[in-house]
Design a binder for this molecule. Structure first.
Ligand code: ADP
Length: 476
């Protein structure tokens, strides 16, 4: 007899394919399916944004709340895209289209403190059995938006279920004024350095890091980096103190969605055994970006948020060298206006050699992964990184800085090119090395094939999460 699946409540502010701004959504969307194979039944609590209610609006209400931080709310339970969801339908908090965190002026919604405290408070309530007939054995919260879950669990009465808090990026910390404490229903007694206080403010990320039963982050190297002063962003002391209660579990990618043999978004299918379709994908990308249809030119690609973290300034500084190598570049990204502008100008200056699309485009991301020869990821820090995993899966050679999850997933000279000096010169050297490898097509193809042979699925990571959940439930 197979044992009954372990019921786990996940809490996240974004989930693929319903709402996505970055890697968190990918993880939240893919992990439940992978965990099902490990005997874990995940139900995910998400805010009832319009995109969520569009698919779940007719789902069964399982709880009514008369007042959740300023308005009525209810919980809807249903399925969408193979995910078991609990949607927190609270129009005063979530009935807003577009980016889940930012208003139309591009700034954080002024009530984000309430919006995500509400999500966390609800997660804790569900964890304690607020929904009839559903009692998770563990609550798994993701990132600062769900960080207060651990605080609400901790302060909500004796014997809360164990919790896991996963930090996908320590740079996003969610700090809000202490004056909100009574509104958020958090006790003043918890406002202390070993509680949810952080430098005089309510720290949402801090609450998760401090109060969750176990903290994970998304790669073993990042788990070590954030214990150091250089990488800890003010939390290194706390993270060192957490000792073995902090661990790194690599992300995977959904290999059904990212599958070059069946991907409907790319120009032609291909596989490690039959790479012929890749040429069509490459030609399609060159055409799409108005590049010269040159088969000999090394075609680099970038798919990224344009933010300080990703350090694409390094690439902008090295563009002349990239061109001097006879290479081409396509870039898909959005973020800092100055950087958008810089790459747009480069494309205007070098038509036929550099192509740039500013924006977010899921289909184009697939097409770039399938069509370019090498993907550049020069991040300053990278908790895990997903684009290099997609690149490996599509036989594209990742060119990455040796940080965080990039260091854990790309092997220099075997599946990709890894550089140490995080400077424009370091990147220049890596681009040159990539060009040298590319000059010997058999060697370069061997790198791509080796990458395609790596397991970038959720299989291994899901097993590690399942083992962790079970250990925590047993210890509870
Ligand atoms: P982060 O979460 O820091 O942005 P990751 O590499 O972990 O970086 O995840 C980024 C995810 O978002 C990947 O799935 C990547 O393909 C996707 N992505 C990033 N920028 C864009 C874009 N401009 N258009 C489409 N997809 C993008």
């Amino acid at each position: 007899m197979t044992p009954r699946p372990l019921p786990v409540l996940a809490v996240t502010s974004e989930i693929f394919p319903l709402v996505k701004t970055g890697g968190l959504a990918d993880v939240a969307g893919a992990l439940p399916g992978a965990l099902a194979n490990e005997g874990v039944a995940v139900t995910t609590l998400v805010p009832g944004y319009p995109a969520v209610l569009a698919v779940l609006g007719k789902a069964r209400p399982v709880l009514d709340i008369t007042d959740l931080f300023g308005g009525p709310a209810r919980l809807l339970r249903g399925k969408a895209s193979g995910l078991d969801l609990l949607a927190l339908d609270a129009p005063h908090l979530y009935a807003r289209d577009g980016n889940p965190y930012l208003g139309p002026d591009g700034r954080d919604w002024p009530d984000n403190a309430r919006r995500f405290a509400a999500l966390s408070a609800m997660a804790a309530a569900i964890g304690r059995g607020a929904v009839k007939g559903y009692r998770p054995r563990l609550v798994h919260a993701h990132d600062w938006q769900a960080g207060l879950t651990a605080a609400y669990l901790y302060h909500g009465g004796p014997n809360p279920p164990p919790s896991v808090f996963t930090v996908h990026n320590l740079a996003f910390q969610g700090q809000f004024p202490a004056s909100l404490l009574p509104i958020l229903g958090l006790p003043a007694s918890g406002f202390r350095f070993d509680g949810f206080e952080h430098h005089g403010a309510i720290g949402y990320l801090k609450a998760g890091l401090q109060l969750a039963s176990h903290v994970t982050t998304v790669s073993p190297t990042y788990a070590n980096e954030i214990r150091t002063e250089a990488g800890g962003m003010g939390f290194d002391g706390l993270l060192r103190y957490r000792g073995a209660s902090l661990s790194g579990i690599l992300n995977g990618i959904d290999i059904a969605i990212w599958n070059p043999e069946t991907d409907p978004l790319i120009a032609a299918p291909f596989s490690a055994d039959n790479l012929k379709g890749r040429a069509a994908c490459r030609a399609a990308i060159q055409q799409r970006f108005g590049l010269a249809p040159d088969r000999k030119a090394l075609l680099f690609g970038v798919v990224s948020r344009l933010s300080w973290q990703k350090d694409l300034d390094l690439l902008a500084d090295a563009l002349d060298d990239l061109l001097a190598l006879g290479a081409q570049l396509v870039l898909l990204g959005a973020g800092e206006p100055a950087l958008e502008q810089r790459f747009r100008q480069a494309a205007d200056l070098h038509p036929g050699r550099i192509g740039v699309r500013v924006g977010y485009d899921e289909a184009l991301a697939h097409q770039i992964q399938a069509g370019v020869d090498a993907l550049i990821v020069p991040s300053r820090f990278e908790p895990c990184g997903l684009t290099q995993l997609c690149a490996l899966r599509y036989g594209t050679v990742p060119v990455v800085s040796r940080v965080g999850g990039l260091a854990d997933t790309v092997e220099d000279g075997i599946t990709g090119v890894v550089f140490d000096a995080l400077t424009a010169d370091g990147l220049r050297g890596a681009l040159r090395r990539t060009a040298d490898l590319f000059a010997t097509p058999r060697r370069f193809a061997a790198l791509g094939r080796a990458g395609m042979g790596r397991d970038v699925s959720w299989h291994g990571p899901a097993r590690q999460y399942a083992d962790l959940y079970r250990a925590l439930v047993v210890a509870h």
